[in-house]
Each structure stands twice: as C-alpha cells, then as structure tokens.
Design a protein around this ligand. Structure first.
Ligand SMILES: Cc1cc2nc3c(=O)[nH]c(=O)nc-3n(C[C@H](O)[C@H](O)[C@H](O)COP(=O)(O)OP(=O)(O)OC[C@H]3O[C@@H](n4cnc5c(N)ncnc54)[C@H](O)[C@@H]3O)c2cc1C
Length: 381
C-alpha cells in the first residue's frame, strides 16, 4: 500500500512524552504528526507529582504558566515520614523552578497537546497505530494507523517515535530488546479527596508499605497507598476504599488521621503493578521515549519527569538526524535512567528497614540531582 502522507516524524502516543516531543520537534522546524488512540484531554493512571526536572523543562518550554493559571497549587514543602519521624524539606528556588506542581493529567497532557499544535505539529486523536512500514533496506519508514471509523491510513516518515506507553506497539513491532528488567512490582490504590489542609506533599514509609498525599487541582489531594502485589492479593482484595483505609490505619496512623472520614470523589483507581524495564532506545528509523522505552514503579513518582526528559533529549537527536546523534540519545537516556530504575526497584521491593529507606531516598536524590544537572547543562530543548 502506498503512503498517502509524508512527515519528518510520526509520534505514536500524544501524552507527556509524545506531545512534548511533537511540540519540540515542530518548534525546530520539523514536519510532525502525532497519533493517539485515546481522546484529547482524557485522564490516565497517575498520582501527578512532578519532580524538579519536569518543572524546569515545562518552565523552559513556556507550558508551566498554563498549569499555574488553571489553579494547580504550588508545592513548596515536601515531608518524608519514616514511621513517626518526619523530615520536612523546603524547595530551593532556581533553574526556573519556584515551586513543584502535581497537575491532573487531563490538564498537563492537553496543555502539551495545545502547545504542540501551536508549534505547528498535527495531532490526531482516535488513531491507533497497527503496523510499521519499512523501506527496501529494512529501515522503519512510517506507520499504518486505523482511525475511529476503522479507515486505514498509511503514513511515511523519516522517523517513527514510540511514545505509546508501557505496552508500546512500536517496541513490539520493532522487536526492541529489554536491556534490564526490575525485580519488584507493587500495587497502588489512590483517589481524590476534598478538604484536606494543603501542607505540601507528604510521602510516608512503613515496613512493607508506602503512602502519600499530594495536592492537585480543584482543591483535591491525591491519597495513595502502595504495597507489594502479594500483600495486596492476600489482604486487600475487595472494596477499594476499605482497603485503602485499612492500610492507612495499620501502617500510617498519622495519614489516616489527616484523612479522617473524608470520602473520595468517585471510585478509587488501582494499578495492579508491573516490573520496571529499560528497553533498547533506538534502531534504524525508530526511537522509544517515555514509558515505551523505560518504565519504573510509580512509588518514586518520576515517570512524567523522565518522559519530558526523553522528549527534550530526542528533539536534539531528531533535528541532527544522524546515527551518531541517536546513539548519543540512547547513551544519555541509559546513563540517566539506570540509577533511577535500580533505586526505584529497591524501594518498590519493600524489603527495607526505615533506616535503609532513608538511605535509598538519598540515593534517589543523588540520581535526580544528576539528571537535573544534565538537563541544565546539556544543550537540550
Ligand atoms: C498508579 C500510577 C501513578 C503514577 N504516578 C506518577 C507520579 O506521581 N509522577 C510521575 O512522574 N509519574 C507517575 N506515574 C508514571 C506516569 O504516569 C508515566 O510515566 C507517564 O504517563 C508516561 O508518559 P508517556 O507519555 O510515556 O506514556 P502514557 O502516559 O502511557 O501515554 C501513552 C499514550 O500512547 C497512546 N497509545 C498507546 N498505544 C497506541 C497505539 N498503538 N496507537 C496510538 N496511540 C497509542 C495511549 O492512548 C496513550 O495516550 C504513575 C503511574 C502509575 C501507573
């Protein structure tokens, strides 16, 4: 089948990795199409916390004011609770970061899609990529996508970007190898609670469990618990709100007291858990960014930050277009990701004492600082 359209880059998936990459490549003058099987402004699983690197990039890209204008509360204090011990850390302003934020994904992902449109990228929702096209040399050269009415579109592109999340079709269709797999997977339950006092973000740790509360839009807090999959299956099946309250009462009495008898808006959300992985980042004519290439347990709340990071690194490689530029993209992504993947896996294993948890958080902090320094120093978009 002959292609009906031709682009410099086709991006599969238009959330934080894909929409950001489309925006940045379009700003660099590339002709970009992003396709997403979902709808514009829809929700997805997330507890929303953006780390410093994400806020720095959103500020640099001019997207941060849209989140602030939509009433996303600034977060200037983060408190870590190890059992009854609380350690509060105030945000150090700098790098364009005056506060952290935890925007709802309906807001963040659509703000990035809007910015991508404004930059000249084309975004088509309700389009599912089902196959890849290859040239005579076997290089990936475009995609086949089905629209909402079931019509097939064949689109040629010099670069196909897989930004299509954990179950990435682009990773499957290219045969991207798994370079490292994590050992642990935790189950996460969360919901949106009104009327809690805003005292910043709180992360709580107890032997065998994690929990937290994070201020987000519309006066709501995300309240979550995270436990090993086995414990969830053994103790917590059934009514979700009852399960969340039971973990809080057993392991996090201070957070249970904060919550009181507050009821969530709507049903609680559940993520069954999945072991983290680092997949091969790139091959001839294709590249993976965000969760498509690298996923880690949500307990360290760092997936969005790394999705935006990958978009920034990719835009530099895509505009250069050389094999050397993509090899460098892959090397930098691996170098920054592996320490984060490994320390996240240790934390998500829940086999630590509280003193060991503190040490793991110091390791995590070092890996995050290294990433922020790299993003500040690199010539990245
Ligand atoms: C319970 C939970 C809580 C989390 N909390 C946080 C947090 O607090 N902070 C944080 O930073 N991260 C968090 N994360 C991780 C974060 O949600 C992900 O890292 C982030 O969504 C990755 O973005 P992405 O753009 O790579 O992929 P996704 O957000 O998964 O987007 C992929 C897109 O690709 C589209 N797509 C898939 N297949 C196709 C196809 N074949 N054709 C077309 N489109 C396709 C999908 O429709 C989707 O819109 C959490 C994750 C979970 C599960």
């Amino acid at each position: 089948m002959h292609p009906t359209e031709r682009f410099d880059a086709v991006v599969v998936g238009a959330r934080c990795a894909g929409a950001a990459a489309a925006m940045l490549m379009a700003r660099k003058g590339m002709r970009v199409l992003a396709l997403d099987r979902g709808g514009y402004g829809t929700d997805t699983l997330s507890t929303h916390a953006l780390m410093r690197g994400a806020v720095m990039l959103l500020s640099r890209w001019g997207v941060l004011p849209r989140l602030a204008e939509a009433g996303t509360p600034p977060i200037r204090r983060t408190t870590f609770h190890y059992g009854a011990e609380a350690i509060a850390v105030d945000l150090r302003p700098g790098d364009g970061v005056a506060a952290l934020y935890a925007p709802r994904r309906t807001l963040l992902d659509s703000a990035l899609v809007d910015a991508a449109w404004e930059a000249g990228a084309e975004i088509r929702h309700h389009h599912t990529v089902t196959a890849l096209r290859h040239d005579a040399a076997g290089r990936v050269a475009g995609v086949v996508a089905a629209d909402g009415a079931g019509h097939e579109h064949v689109i040629a592109a010099s670069l196909v970007v897989g930004a299509d999340g954990i179950g990435s079709a682009v990773a499957r269709l290219t045969g991207a190898t798994v370079q490292e797999e994590a050992r642990h997977a935790a189950t996460c339950l969360y919901g949106y609670f009104p009327d809690l006092p805003d005292t910043g973000t709180h992360w709580h740790y107890a032997p065998g469990a994690g929990a937290g509360r994070i201020p987000t839009n519309a006066g709501r807090h995300v309240v979550f618990v995270s436990v090993p999959q086995d414990r969830f299956r053994a103790e917590l099946r059934g009514d979700r709100i009852d399960a969340l309250r039971r973990v809080l009462r057993m392991d996090f009495p201070a957070l249970a007291a904060d919550l009181g008898s507050a009821l969530p808006d709507g049903d609680l959300m559940a993520f069954a858990g999945r072991k983290g992985f680092l997949r091969q980042a790139a091959g001839p004519g294709w590249v993976l960014i965000g969760d498509a290439g690298y996923f880690k347990d949500p307990i360290t709340a760092h997936g969005i930050t790394d999705a935006l990071r990958d978009a920034a690194l990719l835009a530099e490689a895509a505009v250069a277009g050389s094999a050397a530029a993509f090899a460098r993209f892959a090397a930098v992504r691996d170098d920054l990701s592996l320490p984060l993947l490994r320390v996240t896996d240790e934390i998500a294993g829940y086999a630590w004492t509280l003193e060991q948890a503190k040490a793991l958080h110091l390791d995590l902090n070092r890996a995050m600082k290294r990433e922020v320094a790299a993003l500040a120093a690199e010539v990245v978009s």
